[in-house]
Write a protein that binds this ligand. Structure first.
Ligand code: AMP
Length: 437
């Protein structure tokens, strides 16, 4: 999918109310934001709009608050069913308890903490509305002057957000005259605040700098890559990556498979994989992909050796005894949990020889230090490569950041699911709805 969408620079924003969908879904622990990357990534768009004299209305989701409570402080269906299953005399107390807990959980997902961080990063000037489309939001938006910034409360405080509810979309849209989507992380979802404000309310819509960066770097890699173009895919299951494998096979020079999904490919080659993760229903699919690679001259690399253990680590980061064997020598009672050293070298060399590399998914159970070596080797190879290196979000992005390689990677996507769907060639509704250039 190639997008050529209008950006904030292609639309007159001075003096206009501009609703900006950001991805402020940041990790929070004990009331503290543990990574402000997503907030920092949103700043260029916010600063530009402010400098142009727009009235900047920011919105975002954080977590899944409606799972516990809906917008009117009523318990959701799941909670109600749990309570209905209790003896009648216990139901009143259980309801009160569930409501108190839900209200507490919901408070933890308030964007007030993001407003504080934005004020810190921007040197003040960000006003927080305690609701999303309610009285407080309306009053604060009505009082805005050019250059002002208001952050609305969590869009997912109502289930209407994820349902892409037309009425909620219209209410949100009525706050503004222009919509800017800069939330790549949720661009693969058609929600009220990502696509609904355009689909149901017709706001003129363009992308912000972050989405522009994401689609131009990844779009170029897929449409017109500098070759050799190498893709490295890992992660647990083949079934999660079916479309991405087949789409990339039509584009890359080399496709590298690691992680749990490699064992289904090894089984398709006729190897015994012992107790390793195996998706028996997908063995034929893997055979088909291997044939497709061969027919189209794409090099498909699979692990030549593997790190095995008697069982999956428990706890996941606990000590574990491992052995290294060739991929066709996995004993029946052992399981493969990481790529082996020969494979690490093979994959690292392929990454270093590339001009464009795309990586998505860990090479092994990277949560365990003994089984993280394959993932670290790939991250290091990307950092050392002169290629345009692109890392899909999620685990692989976290690995690059934790290892301190982030500034040596060309582009680390801010969206795990969104970048995967982009690599699959799927249309992303939050981007498709924006105006074309
Ligand atoms: P995904 O969510 O598909 O990107 O997969 C990430 C998960 O795959 C991580 O939690 C890894 O621990 C897990 N994983 C990677 N390699 C293996 C393996 N060989 N066996 C079991 N799980 C694995």
């Amino acid at each position: 999918m190639t997008y050529n969408k209008k950006t904030i620079e292609d639309i007159a924003v001075a003096g206009k109310r501009v609703l900006v969908r950001c991805d402020f879904n940041v990790p929070v622990k004990d009331g503290v934001i543990t990574s402000d990357k997503r907030i920092v990534e949103a700043l260029p768009t916010i600063k530009y709009l402010k400098a142009q004299g727009a009235m900047v209305i920011l919105c975002s989701h954080m977590g899944k608050p409606h799972n516990v409570l809906d917008a009117k402080l009523k318990l959701n269906k799941k909670e109600l069913a749990k309570i209905a299953a209790l003896p009648a005399e216990e139901q009143e107390a259980a309801t009160a308890e569930a409501l108190t807990k839900a209200a507490k959980d919901r408070k933890k997902l308030s964007l007030a903490i993001v407003a504080d961080k934005l004020n810190e990063l921007l040197g003040g000037g960000v006003v927080f509305a305690t609701d999303t489309v309610g009285e407080d939001a309306k009053a604060k938006v009505a009082a805005m002057k050019p250059g002002d910034i208001v952050l609305l409360e969590n869009t997912r405080f109502t289930a209407a957000e994820e349902k892409n509810d037309p009425d909620f979309s219209k209410e949100l849209a009525s706050l503004a005259e222009i919509f800017v989507n800069d939330a790549f992380g949720t661009a693969h979802r058609a929600h009220a605040s990502t696509a609904g404000v355009v689909q149901h309310a017709g706001l003129p819509a363009v992308c912000g700098y972050l989405i522009q960066k994401e689609i131009s770097v990844m779009g170029k890699a897929l449409a017109d890559p500098e070759r050799p173009f190498v893709a490295i895919l890992g992660g647990a299951k083949v079934s999660d990556k079916l479309n991405v494998i087949s789409n990339l096979l039509g584009k890359v020079d080399t496709l590298i498979i690691g992680g749990g999904m490699a064992y289904t490919f090894l089984a398709a080659k006729g190897y015994k994989v012992g107790q390793s993760l195996l998706d028996t229903e997908k063995i034929d699919y893997c055979k088909e992909m291997m044939a497709k690679a061969e027919a189209s001259g794409v090099q498909l690399l699979l692990p030549v050796d593997t790190t095995i253990a008697k069982s999956f680590p428990d706890p996941i980061d606990g000590p574990i005894d491992v052995e290294i064997v060739d991929s066709d020598k996995i004993p029946d009672d052992m399981q493969g949990l990481d790529i082996g050293p020969k494979t690490m070298e093979l994959y690292a060399n392929a990454a270093k020889a590339a001009k464009t590399v795309v990586w998505n998914g860990p090479m092994g159970v990277f949560e365990n230090p003994t089984l993280a070596k394959g993932t670290i080797a790939v991250a290091k190879a990307l950092a050392e490569s002169d290629a345009v290196s692109i890392v899909g979000g999620g685990d692989s992005a976290a690995a690059c950041e934790q290892l301190g390689f982030a500034d040596r990677i060309t582009h680390i996507s801010t969206g795990g699911g969104a970048s995967l769907e982009f690599l699959e060639g799927k249309e992303l509704p939050g981007i498709a709805c924006l105006q074309d250039k």
